[in-house]
Design a protein around this ligand. Structure first.
Ligand SMILES: [Zn+2]
Length: 259
C-alpha cells in the first residue's frame, strides 16, 4: 500500500469526541421512587479495589429499551448493535421552554430542522435540547438552590425539573405524540433522546412518546449531557447501555463523534 493512502483505521478516527454522559454519584437526581444510586467499597478484596454498585436501570444518562413499556418488547441486551451507532439530529426547542416549561416538540419543529439540514437520516437518533445554556429550564439562576455537589448547571437543571410543584406535578419539555409518531412512522429513526429526565414531558400521564417509540421497537435515551457542544447535524452518536439479560434499559455511556 502506498504510504499516503489513508487506511480504514485512519479514516475511522473522529476529529473530536464529546461525552454526552452525566457522571453518576450518590447525589445525582433520581426519578421519584427510583432506588438510590449506591457505591460501596468491597473490603474483602485487599489487593484490588472493587466497588459494589446498586442502582435502578433508569438512572443517570440511560437507555429505555422497548421492554420498558411494551410487554414482550426487546430487552436492552437485544437492541441491535447496528442501532447503537446513529447519526445524531439535535432539535433545539429551548427558546420556547423559558416561557413554557411543558413545551412539546412538534412535527413543525422537525420540519424546521429538515428545512435547514435536509431530511432526517435513516437510522438517526433525534434528540431534544430543552434547556437554554444557563442550565435552569427558565434560564434564570436560582439563588435559593442548595449548593450542588456537582459544579454542573445541567445536573442542577435536572434536579429542578424532577422537583414537583405544589400540585405534585413536575415540569420539563418533551416530544409530542405527533412528533414521536412522525419519527418512527414517516422517518426511520432508531431512537429519540433528550437532555430532560424523560422523552415525554414532566406533566405527562399517558407517556405518548414512550408508547410511540418503544412500541415501534425503537429505543430512547434520556438525561443526555452536553448536547450544546454539538452542531444540530453531522455528529454520530455511540450509545452503549449496560448489557444485562432481560433489562428494561440501563445506564449508558453515550459519545458523539465529529468528523
Ligand atoms: Zn428511562
Amino acid at each position: 500500500m502506498h504510504h499516503h493512502t489513508p487506511t480504514a483505521a485512519h479514516a475511522a478516527r473522529p476529529r473530536r469526541i464529546v461525552d454526552l454522559t452525566h457522571t453518576l454519584d450518590e447525589d445525582f437526581p433520581l426519578w421519584p421512587g427510583d432506588p438510590l444510586f449506591r457505591m460501596r467499597r468491597i473490603r474483602e478484596a485487599p489487593e484490588f479495589l472493587v466497588h459494589e454498585l446498586c442502582f435502578g436501570e433508569h438512572t443517570g444518562t440511560h437507555v429505555d429499551a422497548p421492554l420498558h413499556c411494551v410487554p414482550g418488547g426487546d430487552a436492552v441486551d437485544r437492541i441491535r448493535v447496528d442501532d447503537l451507532l446513529a447519526p445524531l439530529v439535535l432539535v433545539d426547542i429551548a427558546d420556547r421552554t423559558a416561557s413554557d416549561p411543558d413545551a412539546l416538540a412538534t412535527p413543525a419543529d422537525l420540519a424546521a430542522w429538515e428545512s435547514l439540514h435536509g431530511r432526517i437520516p435513516d437510522g438517526a437518533l433525534v434528540a431534544l435540547i430543552t434547556r437554554p445554556a444557563r442550565g435552569r429550564p427558565d434560564g434564570k439562576v436560582n439563588p435559593e438552590a442548595p449548593a450542588q455537589p456537582h459544579d454542573d448547571a445541567e445536573v442542577h437543571a435536572l434536579t429542578r425539573s424532577l422537583t414537583p410543584d405544589a400540585a405534585g406535578i413536575a415540569h420539563w419539555p418533551g416530544f409530542s405524540r405527533e412528533a414521536a409518531e412522525f419519527l418512527v412512522q414517516r422517518r426511520a429513526v432508531v431512537a429519540i433522546g433528550t437532555d430532560a429526565p424523560s422523552i415525554d414531558c414532566g406533566a405527562s400521564t399517558a407517556f405518548p412518546a414512550h408508547h410511540a417509540v418503544l412500541g415501534a421497537g425503537r429505543y430512547a435515551v434520556e438525561m443526555l449531557a452536553a448536547l450544546r457542544a454539538l452542531p444540530p447535524a453531522g455528529a454520530t452518536a455511540v450509545v452503549a447501555p449496560l448489557k444485562h439479560r432481560g433489562g428494561s434499559g440501563g445506564p449508558a455511556r453515550v459519545l458523539a463523534l465529529l468528523d
